[in-house]
Design a protein around this ligand. Structure first.
Ligand code: HEM
Length: 513
C-alpha cells in the first residue's frame, strides 16, 4: 500500500513538473502582458499569499500594470485592474473571453455540469439565462406582471425585516444586520421559486429552515475558497484540503430541500390530473418551478434545453444561492459604511423624509427611481473578482496577447478603487449614480454587476431589493453602534466566499424613529 502511494505521488509529481515546464516554455513564445517573476512550480502564489487575493492582486497591479500576468501554480492568469482594461475584457474583446473554468469543488460536487455560473457560453448556458431572465428576474415580472406575484413577495421581504428589527429594537437587543437580511432573502427566493414557505410557523419547519440556512451560508462562503486543486489540477483527485467533500455535502443539503419541493409539486400535479380537474393547469402557480416542470413535460424543454431533474435542481440551486448572500452582504457593507459616516447618514435620513413623507412605512422600488431616469447605482460592489477564460487568443492593444485557454480575472475590487476614477470618500459611488448598469454599461468605472455577455443575471432583483431594504431600514430606524464597537472601531475586514462578506458580522442598535 505504502509503495503504491509513493509510486502514485511520484507519478503525479513528474506529470506536474513536465506540464509546468512545458507551459513555461511555450509561454516565453507568447507575448503575454507583463507581471511579477514567477518561482519554479508555484509561480506567483507566494506573492498573493497572506492577503485576500483581490487585495494582493491590486497591489501587484500597481507595480506591474493594469493588465498583468500572474502564474498561480500551473494556471496562467491575466488580471485586469483598471476601468480601461476592464472595458477591453468585458466589452471590446468580450466575445472571445466568456469561457469559465469551474472550481474543482463545484466539479467534484457535480454542480458544475449544469450550473449557469460555469457552463461554457453555448446553447445550454444561453437557454438557462433566458429562462432565469424571463421567468424570475425580469423587471416586468418583478414590478408588475399580470398575476402580480413577485412584487408582494419582495415587499413582504422588506416588511419582514422591518418587523424583525422592530422586535429587536423594542427589546434593546443589537441587530445582526447580515443575518436578518439573509434570512429574509432565503424566504423571499423560496416563495418566488416555489410559492412555498420554508418556515410556516411550526417548530419542525423552523428547525429544518435553519438547516437550509446554514448549508446555504456555508456553501456560498466556502465555494470559492483558495483550493490547491485549482492551482494544480493534476492534484485534484487527492482533494488535499477536503474542499470537494465539504462543498459536496453542503450542496447535497440544498439539493435535498429543492428535491422535496419538486416531488411535492409533481405529486400535486398527478393528484390534480387524477382528480380530473384538467391536469397541471388546475394547480399551476405560475412560479419558476411550474415553468421548469412544464418545460420538462413539453418535448424536453421546447427545444431550449433538456430540462431533466439534474438541470432543474442545479438551476434552482443557482438562483437560490446567487440571491441569498449577495444582497445580504451588500446591505451589511452599506450599513457599516453609513454607521461610520454620520454626515452621510443624516443626508440619507433627510432625503428619505423628503421622498417618503411621514405616512409611508417603507421604501419601494418606484420611490428610488426619479421619473425617466435609470435605476440609481449606489451599491458597494461585493463581488471582488470575476473569472473568465479566453476562448481564443486575443491581442489587447498596448498590453500584449492573451493566449487561448488563459484565465482572465477582472479585479472589480481594484476597478472600484481606481485612484484616477474615484475620489476616496464614502459617497463616491453617487457620482456614478445615473449611469446605466449591467448590459447597458458604458462607463467601466462602475461595474458592480460586471458587464458583457456574462453580466449578472440578478441585477433587476438586486437593485430593487438593495434600495428598498436600505431605504426602509434607514427611514424607519435611527441606527447606532454598540458601545464596544464604538470604542474599538468597526472591523471592516473582508472574508471571501461567492461574495465578499464582513469577517466580523455587523451588529447595530436600532431605535424606531
Ligand atoms: C448585490 C447583488 C449582486 C451583485 C453585486 C452581483 C454581481 C455579479 C457579478 C459581478 C457577476 C459576474 C459576472 C461576470 O462573470 O462577468 C454575477 C454573475 C451572476 N449573477 Fe449576480 N450579483 C448580485 C445578485 C444576484 C442575484 C440576486 C441573482 C439572482 C439569481 C444573481 C445571479 C447571477 C448569475 C446567474 C450570474 C452568472 C452569470 C453567468 O455566468 O452567465 N446575482 N453577479
Amino acid at each position: 500500500m505504502a509503495i503504491f502511494l509513493v509510486y502514485t505521488a511520484s507519478l503525479v509529481l513528474i506529470l506536474f513538473v513536465i506540464s509546468y515546464v512545458f507551459k513555461l516554455f511555450t509561454d516565453t513564445h507568447r507575448r503575454l502582458p507583463p507581471g511579477p517573476r514567477p518561482l519554479p512550480l508555484i509561480g506567483n502564489l507566494l506573492d498573493i499569499a497572506g492577503d485576500l487575493p483581490h487585495r494582493s492582486l491590486a497591489r501587484l497591479a500597481r507595480r506591474h500594470g493594469p493588465l498583468m500576468t500572474v502564474r498561480l501554480g500551473t494556471v496562467v492568469a491575466v488580471v485586469a485592474s483598471s476601468p480601461a482594461t476592464a472595458r477591453e475584457i468585458l466589452q471590446t474583446h468580450n466575445g472571445s473571453i466568456t469561457g469559465r473554468v469551474p472550481p474543482d469543488a463545484w466539479r467534484g460536487a457535480g454542480h458544475a455540469a449544469h450550473s449557469v455560473f460555469v457552463l461554457p457560453p453555448r446553447r445550454k448556458w444561453r437557454a438557462l439565462r433566458r429562462i432565469g431572465a424571463e421567468h424570475l428576474l425580469s423587471p416586468r415580472l418583478l414590478d408588475n406582471d399580470g398575476r402580480r406575484r413577485l412584487r408582494p413577495i419582495l415587499r413582504d421581504a422588506v416588511l419582514g425585516v422591518l418587523d424583525r428589527v422592530s422586535d429587536l429594537a423594542s427589546r434593546g437587543e443589537p441587530v445582526e444586520v447580515g443575518r436578518v437580511v439573509f434570512a429574509a432573502m432565503v424566504d423571499m427566493q423560496w416563495r418566488a421559486m416555489f410559492s412555498a414557505r420554508l418556515d410556516d410557523g411550526d417548530d419542525g419547519a423552523a428547525a429544518s429552515a435553519h438547516v437550509l440556512h446554514d448549508a446555504a451560508r456555508e456553501a456560498v462562503a466556502g465555494s470559492l475558497k483558495g483550493n490547491v486543486s485549482d492551482f494544480f489540477p493534476v492534484l485534484a483527485a487527492l482533494d488535499v484540503q477536503g474542499l470537494r467533500r465539504r462543498f459536496a455535502r453542503l450542496v447535497a443539503t440544498v439539493y435535498r430541500f429543492i428535491d422535496e419541493e419538486i416531488d411535492r409539486r409533481m405529486q400535486r400535479r398527478r393528484d390534480a390530473a387524477g382528480g380530473g380537474d384538467g391536469g397541471a393547469g388546475g394547480v399551476n402557480s405560475g412560479d419558476l418551478l411550474d415553468v421548469l416542470l412544464d418545460m420538462s413535460e413539453r418535448e424536453k424543454g421546447g427545444g431550449m434545453v433538456a430540462m431533466d431533474r439534474d438541470v432543474m435542481r442545479t438551476f434552482l440551486a443557482d438562483m437560490f444561492l446567487a440571491t441569498v448572500d449577495t444582497i445580504a452582504s451588500t446591505i451589511e457593507w452599506a450599513m457599516a459604511e453609513l454607521l461610520q459616516n454620520q454626515e452621510s447618514m443624516t443626508k440619507l435620513h433627510e432625503e428619505l423624509t423628503n421622498v417618503l413623507g411621514t405616512s409611508k412605512t417603507h421604501v419601494e422600488f418606484d420611490d428610488t427611481v426619479p421619473p425617466g431616469r435609470h435605476q440609481r447605482n449606489t451599491a458597494p460592489p461585493p463581488v471582488p473578482l470575476v473569472p473568465n477564460v479566453a476562448e481564443e487568443a486575443v491581442e489587447i492593444h498596448g498590453h500584449g496577447v492573451i493566449p487561448k485557454g488563459t484565465t482572465v480575472l477582472v479585479n472589480l475590487w481594484a476597478v472600484h478603487r481606481d485612484a484616477e476614477a474615484w475620489p476616496d470618500q464614502p459617497e463616491r459611488f453617487l457620482h456614478g449614480a445615473d449611469r446605466p448598469l449591467g448590459a447597458a454599461t458604458t462607463e467601466f468605472e462602475l461595474i458592480p454587476f460586471s458587464a458583457g455577455r456574462r453580466v449578472c443575471l440578478g441585477l433587476p432583483l438586486a437593485t430593487r431589493m438593495l434600495h428598498a431594504m436600505v431605504g426602509s431600514l434607514m427611514g424607519r430606524f435611527v441606527w447606532t453602534l454598540p458601545r464596544d464597537v464604538v470604542e474599538n472601531g468597526v472591523d471592516m475586514t473582508e472574508s471571501l466566499g461567492l461574495t465578499m462578506t464582513m469577517a466580523t458580522p455587523l451588529q447595530a442598535i436600532a431605535k424606531s424613529v
